[in-house]
Structure formats: C-alpha cells, structure tokens
Design a binder for this molecule. Structure first.
Ligand SMILES: NC(=O)C1=CN([C@@H]2O[C@H](COP(=O)(O)OP(=O)(O)OC[C@H]3O[C@@H](n4cnc5c(N)ncnc54)[C@H](O)[C@@H]3O)[C@@H](O)[C@H]2O)[C@@H](O)CC1
Ligand SMILES: [K+]
Length: 480
C-alpha cells in the first residue's frame, strides 16, 4: 500500500525526529537523496549545467545542499535566489564552498534556457497559494527549456494537501519527495505537474498515524480479489443484479453486464428493457422481465447506467437490503433521503460532472478540488463514493478517514461506456463479498489496468476494456 500524509502530520513527525537528531541531519538526508536522483537523471554529472531555483525556506535549503553535492562532482551549478536576504544561509555557504555560483532572479530565465537540469526549490510544504508573481516567469522558462526539471518535495505552486493548482505551477519531470508522499502528488490536477515521483526515506515514523490517502498496489489488490474455493458454486460466489439500460440506451446494459461477468460473481442477473441485446451478446446472463424486487435473489445490485428516466426501478433497487451500486442516471434519479436511509452498503460512482450536479457546484470546482468533493459527497449521502477521473478517488461512507486513490488508468479510458463497464465490475466484486470501499477501489484498479493493457497507446472502445479485465486480473494475481 502506498500512503500519503497531510502536511500537518509530516510537520509533527519531522519535529519529533529532529529533536532526536543532530541539527541539520534531516536536511542532509533530503539533499543526499535529491542529489542522487539528479545525478541519475543527468547520467553524466561532470560538466553538466545545473540551475537551482531557490525560495526563502527549507525547500530552497534542500536544493542548495543538493547543488553543492553536484558541484563537488563537477557540475556547473548556479543558484537563482528569489529572495536573496532570506535564502537558506547554511545551504548557500555550502554551495559556494563547493564552487557553485549565485545569480539574481533577473538572470534566471536566461540561465534556465541554457540548463541541462533545473531544480525547483522555490517552495515545498510551506507554500501557500499558487506561485508568487516573481516566480512565474521562471516556471514558464523551465517548462519551455530542454532541461530536465526536478521538483524538490513537490512542484512549487501546487497544494500539498489537496492537489489543487491555482494559477501557475512548476511542471516537473521528476519530483523527489521526502519521508512520505504528499496527497497532492497522487491527486490530479497536481499529480500531472509532479512527473514521476521518487520517495526518499529520511527516517520519518508515520506508521501509527492514519494516512490521508492510500493507493492500492498489485499485492494489495491480489489479496482482496475473490478466489472461488473447491466448495463454491455460482450462488456461493455471489449473484450480481444489473438494472440498467433503456430502449434508448441498450448498450449501457450490455456494457455493465460485460464488466459484471469479469468481476468474480458466480452469475449475472439482468433486469430491464435491453434483455434481448444482453442475451444476444452474453448468453450466460440470467434475464428477468420482472422488476428488481421480483427478479430473484442477488447479493448486490447495480442500478443506473443508461437508465434514462426510470426512477421507479432506481427506487426499487435503492430499497433493497443488499449492497447497491448507483451510477450514471441512477445518481440523478435516486432520492437522497432513501440513499441516506439505507442500512446495507451503498457505492455511488459519479464522474466529475455528475458529482458537480449532486453537490450543486460547477464541474470545474469538482475537478479542481477532487478530494474535498469526494469527502463531501460521502458525508452527505452516508455512502461510499467513487469519483471517477484520471485519478479515481474512493471515500468511505461518511467521508472520514483515508481516501483511496487509483492511478492505474489511462486517458484512453475517457471513452463512451467505459463507466458502465466499471460499474458492472465493481458490482460483481460487491456481490462476491468485498466491502464497498474494496469493491470500488479494486474495480478502479483492474479497470484502469485493463484500459492500459488493451489500449497500449491506441484508442480503445469500452467493450475492449471489459475484454481486457481478465488479463489485468491475471497480471495482478501473478504479481505484475
Ligand atoms: N522540516 C524538516 O525537517 C525538513 C524539511 N525539508 C524541506 O523543507 C520544506 C519545508 O520548508 P519550509 O517550512 O521552510 O517551507 P518552504 O520552503 O516550503 O516555503 C516557505 C517559504 O516560502 C515562502 N512562501 C510561501 N508560499 C509561497 C509562494 N506561494 N510563493 C513563493 N514563496 C512562498 C514563505 O514565505 C516561506 O519563506 C519541505 O518541503 C522540504 O523540502 C527537508 O529538508 C526535510 C527535512
Ligand atoms: K519545490
């Protein structure tokens, strides 16, 4: 499991550790890890041109000490000081002793344009708001230059705790982060600015503290996925009911069933007006022309994909005493009070536009502040909420505790019907007995991986993604 902790938690852990260590030891650990990552990226350190962008805090200190290490190995290192009076004194002295030079902000853009490597030490976890105006031209120059850009701890200008980006921020190829991942490094839009992320262990002890975010890895998903035992039959493996599709959108039913068949339930039961289309494509489906309440026993329901205006079916499913996944039109049609009143688990799976409609805010607001939005929805509905997107977030019912984040997806998954496959898959995992948080996060993981494996750099349709789920599942259980 990968975890990310809030700035407040990091600060507390750092204070405790610093009290036990000689002065400056932590910064030396950080700088050593940073310099090693820079050297790896440069390949050849000797003779390379390195420019440090140095703000007024310890983030700049890390950059200066790392710059000193690179200068000792023969790099030409220049520090651009955004606030010369407040630059880290010890770091500056170390850089000068190692033969590095110092320049004012005015020379910064030209230096960045000619650099092989730019180190962004403008702000780290002490940053407030977006980049200050004087730093913006440097961030722009770094983005334009051919130099590799390494962010120290996090790209300057992004919010460490929320992943929000207000105004300009540094775009890094690599972020070297210290002690733990910060939430912003795992959540879009900030995640996109971070490039690849390398974690440097500086000895912080965080195990006893609840994280802000958790990201499942292959081994975690492998442990959670259902495996049929020798005694299993289709009913013991779980039956998932799919109430989806309409005369207008029969395809949504077919796609939700296609996901459900690959999700580990022993059988898929379909109710709705698209039974012919479903059976034609998937003859193994149990279809019923009765409403959900009379369709026969299921261990979990999926309702909503392509449902059109069929509020009665949504209400019938929401009233069922088994885990229910509500997606797409179902999110709009479900009565909030009925959802809140449910006692069995509920999993809601909106994309940003649907989440915005439920919250009564703009889509941009949800996309810019995904963590707050998913927690808010989970709180309002007392339901587990999976907010879809390039990074998918899953909040526990009530919105408290660690939020799961999934980044296995690819932008090729932004295709019609892809969400229907995801809801079928997650519903199937619910029926197989996973908790709503595990079902949602494992489904997002497999779905993203299936998208990545099948797309392999080219466009794919939603049905390809569903067909790719078994390969993703095998990849996960075989350890990648
Ligand atoms: N505290 C520790 O034990 C360690 C801290 N480390 C580094 O220290 C960083 C935190 O250092 P600080 O607490 O000094 O804070 P930062 O260096 O992140 O930033 C604070 C400084 O930047 C200014 N500032 C705030 N917002 C700004 C903005 N939007 N634009 C421009 N300037 C802005 C503030 O006035 C302040 O002077 C970490 O991110 C990490 O890089 C590492 O050395 C590891 C050990
Ligand atoms: K930084």
């Amino acid at each position: 499991m990968r975890t990310a902790y809030s700035v407040e938690t990091v600060r507390t852990a750092e204070r405790e550790l610093m009290a036990r260590l000689p002065e400056g030891a932590l910064m030396q650990r950080a700088a050593a890890g940073l310099a090693a990552a820079c050297a790896d990226l440069l390949g050849r350190v000797y003779g390379s041109r390195v420019v440090l962008l140095v703000g007024s805090g310890d983030n700049g200190g890390d950059a200066l000490y790392a710059g000193a290490r690179l200068a000792r190995r023969g790099a030409g290192v220049t520090a651009v000081l955004l606030n010369p009076e407040r630059a880290h004194a010890g770091g500056l002295a170390a850089l000068r002793r190692a033969g590095g030079t110092v320049a004012g902000a005015g020379q910064g853009e030209g230096l960045v344009a000619r650099a092989d490597l730019v180190v962004d030490g403008i702000v780290g976890i002490g940053g407030k708001g977006g980049l200050r105006p004087e730093a913006v031209p440097l961030a722009v120059a770094a983005e334009r230059s051919r130099a590799a850009v390494v962010a120290v701890d996090l790209p300057s200008g992004v919010d460490a705790d929320t992943g929000e980006v207000r105004g300009a921020a540094v775009r890094a190829d690599l972020t070297v982060t210290f002690g733990t991942h910060k939430p912003g490094l795992l959540i879009d839009p900030a995640r996109e600015y971070a490039g690849s992320v390398r974690l440097v262990d500086i000895g912080l002890e965080l195990e006893a503290v609840p994280p802000e975010l958790e990201a499942l890895q292959h081994a975690d998903v492998a442990r959670l996925l259902p495996v049929p035992g020798a005694e299993s039959d289709k009913y013991r493996r779980g039956v998932v009911g799919i109430a989806a599709g309409s005369a207008r959108y029969p395809g949504a039913a077919v796609l939700a069933v296609s996901g459900a068949l690959r999700g580990g339930a022993g059988a898929v039961r379909y109710v709705g007006p698209a039974a012919d289309a479903v059976i034609a494509r998937f003859p193994e489906t149990l279809v019923s022309d009765q409403g959900p309440a009379k369709a026969g026993r299921v261990q979990a329901w999926v309702v909503g994909p392509g449902a059109g205006e069929d509020a009665a079916t949504v209400a019938e499913v929401v009233a069922a005493d088994v885990p229910v996944l509500i997606d797409a039109d179902g999110l709009r049609l479900a009565e909030p009070a009925a959802v809140r009143g449910r006692t069995a688990p509920t999993l809601m799976t909106p994309h940003a536009g649907e989440a915005a409609a439920l919250l009564g805010v703009s889509r941009e607001e949800v996309e810019g502040g995904r963590l707050a939005a998913v927690r808010e929805l989970a709180g309002r509905y007392g339901a587990v909420v999976l907010l879809k997107g390039s990074t998918t977030l899953v909040a526990s019912a009530g919105g408290q505790g660690a939020v799961r984040v999934n980044a296995t997806g690819t932008s090729w998954l932004a295709t019609a019907g892809s969400g229907d496959v995801l809801s079928g898959l997650a519903g199937s995992l619910l029926a197989a007995g996973l908790s709503a948080v595990d079902a949602g996060s494992c489904a997002a993981y497999l779905h993203g991986l299936a998208g990545r494996l099948t797309a392999d750099g080219a466009p794919v349709g939603a049905h390809d993604v569903a067909a790719g789920v078994p390969a993703a599942w095998r990849d996960v259980v075989r350890g990648g």
